[in-house]
Design a binder for this molecule. Structure first.
Ligand code: PEP
Length: 256
C-alpha cells in the first residue's frame, strides 16, 4: 500500500431504488466518520445520484457514476455526459468495467475517449482492466493487461501526462461476482506489473503516487490480506457494497 491513502469504492451496479440508495448511504455515512485515513466512494445507478448526493451531506464520501459518454451533448439517446455527472454531484466515474466491455461492447478506444473527456470535465476516472479466465489459463494475462493499458490510456500516454488522481482498478473477470478471489499474491503480481507500466510511461514519481485498486469478490474476510500487498491500494467492491455492514467492515480493514 506504501504511502498511498487507501481507497474503498462500492459499485452498486443496477441495484437499489432511490429510497434504498439513500438508506444505504446514510447507514454508511453514520459509521465511517472515524475513517479519516481511508477514502470512501459509492457509485449508485444514475437515477439515484442526486438523492445520494443530498444524503451524503457533509460526510466524507465521494460520489461516482458507473459510466458516461465522451461527448458533451447531442443526439446520443440513452447516454449521459460528463457535465451531467458533475451537475449531479459526482467527483469520480468508473470507466471500462468488464460488464461494460463484455455486455455493451465497450472497447479500449471508447474507454480512452471517456477517460480524456472525464478529466477534461474535472471528473476522476476509475479505469478498470482485467483478464478473462480463458486468457489467464492461456498464460496471456500480462500481455492482455499491457494491451488494455496501452489502448485505454492512449491519450495520456501520447501526451506523456497522467493526472495523478486517476485511479486504476485491476479486476480479473473470473473473480467478479463469482466468489472466487484472486489470491493476494496473484493480485499483487498484476498490480506490480501495472505500476511498472506506469513507471515506464510516466516516471516513478507518478507510478508511486497513483492508486491501483483490486476488484473481484472482495469481502470483509479477504480485504486485510489483499491490502497488505505493497501495490494494492484499495478495493472496488460489487456485491459486498450493497449491505452497509459488509461495506463498512471492508472500509475498516485496518481494524478487522
Ligand atoms: C465489480 O463489479 O466491480 C466487482 C468487483 O464485483 P464483486 O465484488 O461482486 O465481485
Amino acid at each position: 500500500m506504501g504511502d498511498r491513502k487507501p481507497f474503498i469504492a462500492g459499485n452498486w451496479k443496477m441495484n437499489l431504488n432511490r429510497s434504498e440508495s439513500v438508506k444505504l448511504v446514510r447507514a454508511i455515512a453514520e459509521r465511517i466518520s472515524d475513517q479519516p485515513g481511508t477514502d470512501i466512494l459509492v457509485a449508485p445507478p444514475f437515477t439515484a445520484l442526486s438523492v445520494v448526493k443530498d444524503a451524503i451531506g457533509s460526510a466524507k464520501i465521494y460520489l461516482g457514476a458507473q459510466n458516461m459518454h465522451w461527448e458533451t451533448g447531442g443526439a446520443y439517446t440513452g447516454e449521459v455526459s460528463p457535465a451531467m455527472l458533475v451537475e449531479a454531484g459526482c467527483t469520480h466515474v468508473i470507466l471500462g468495467h468488464s460488464e461494460r466491455r463484455s455486455l455493451f461492447m465497450e472497447t479500449d478506444e471508447m474507454i480512452d475517449r471517456k477517460a480524456r473527456a472525464a478529466v477534461g470535465m474535472g471528473l476522476i476516472p476509475i479505469i478498470c482492466i482485467g483478464e478473462t479466465l480463458e486468457q489467464r489459463e492461456q498464460g496471456r494475462t500480462f500481455q492482455l493487461i499491457r494491451s488494455q493499458l496501452d489502448q485505454s490510456l492512449k491519450n495520456f500516454r501520447e501526451q506523456k501526462a497522467m493526472p495523478l488522481t486517476t485511479i486504476l482498478a485491476y479486476e480479473p473477470v473470473w473473480a467478479i461476482g463469482t466468489g472466487r478471489t484472486a489470491s493476494p499474491q496473484e493480485a499483487q503480481e498484476v498490480h506490480q506489473f501495472i505500476r511498472q507500466w506506469l513507471k515506464e510511461h510516466f516516471g516513478s514519481g507518478t507510478a508511486e503516487k497513483m492508486r491501483i485498486l483490486y476488484g473481484g469478490s472482495v469481502k470483509p474476510d479477504n480485504t486485510k490480506d489483499l491490502m497488505a500487498m505493497p501495490d494494492i491500494d484499495g478495493a472496488l467492491v460489487g456485491g459486498a457494497s450493497l449491505k452497509a455492514d459488509t461495506f463498512i467492515q471492508i472500509a475498516r480493514f485496518h481494524a478487522e
